[in-house]
Design a protein around this ligand. Structure first.
Ligand SMILES: [Zn+2]
Length: 199
């Protein structure tokens, strides 16, 4: 028999926690059977950097104009935007959650609603004062920068991160653990275009 044939006939090396266990231990039913009938130990151990994430998504009818833009975006127009906030934690709480969606809703309050049926405008736009005179609080000022999706994502991220810090200190109905972080905020402009700000 050639060396190659002999090598092929060898049994593959056994490795891994389950194979190393005594046969009797393998046959024992695991009391911790899950709903889908697979014992937790049947899954491989994943590296420690794996994390849980949740995403809270809110839809807005949001207007803006981009004063610096050379094309049609310099005119007032609107988008049906979806705003996504992604929270992360390495472990789950006593309710087996990263953070309750209701806690996210509470911490954000009415902040996002101000963008609904409003017009976001660069304060340096030549017509800014006229917009404010005409539409008052429905004009959302962006201080010397265009309210692009990128800038909106950063604005919402900064508010949400501050709101998260305050929520951690609270002891309300939906507590927020110190280990929960805001990973990113994504702002959709169309069904095929989004901008994101975060870690
Ligand atoms: Zn636009």
């Amino acid at each position: 028999m050639s060396e190659i044939t002999a090598a092929r006939k060898e049994k593959p090396p056994t490795s891994g926690r389950i194979r190393d266990e005594p046969r009797s231990a393998r046959r024992k039913p695991d009391r911790r059977q899950t709903l889908i009938g697979i014992a937790p130990r049947a899954f491989p151990r994943y590296p420690a950097f794996m994390a849980y994430r949740i995403c809270k998504s809110i839809e807005l009818e949001s207007g803006h104009l981009l004063s610096k833009h050379p094309g049609n975006c310099k005119f007032p127009h609107g988008h049906t935007r979806s705003v996504e906030m992604v929270f992360r934690a390495d472990t789950l709480d006593s309710n087996d959650m990263v953070v309750d969606f209701k806690a996210v809703k509470q911490m954000m309050g009415d902040f996002l609603q101000q963008f609904d049926h409003s017009l976001c405008v660069n304060t340096e736009d030549p017509n800014y004062a006229a917009f404010v005179a005409a539409y008052g609080e429905r004009i959302i000022p962006f201080d010397r920068e265009d309210p692009t999706s990128e800038v909106m994502a950063r604005t919402i991220f900064n508010f949400a991160r501050h709101a998260l810090e305050k929520a951690r200190e609270g002891s309300g109905e939906y507590p927020v653990r110190d280990c929960v972080t805001l990973e990113r905020v994504r702002v959709w402009e169309t069904s095929s275009s989004w901008a994101e700000y975060g870690e």
